[in-house]
Unconditional design. Structure first.
Length: 47
């Protein structure tokens, strides 16, 4: 069982596993992109 499976099962897991670090990096990228949008653009569908 990998760390993500442990997390999803509610078991103890290593939060510093590569999968979680990758999730965190992607979340930061998306938040930075969102925060640079003009107010009018935030309602549009961006895929």
């Amino acid at each position: 069982m990998n760390e993500l499976e442990k997390c999803m099962a509610g078991e103890y897991y290593n939060c510093h596993d590569r999968i979680f670090l990758d999730f965190k990096a992607r979340a930061r990228e998306l938040l930075q992109e969102y925060n640079t949008l003009a107010y009018e653009q935030k309602d549009s569908d961006r895929g």
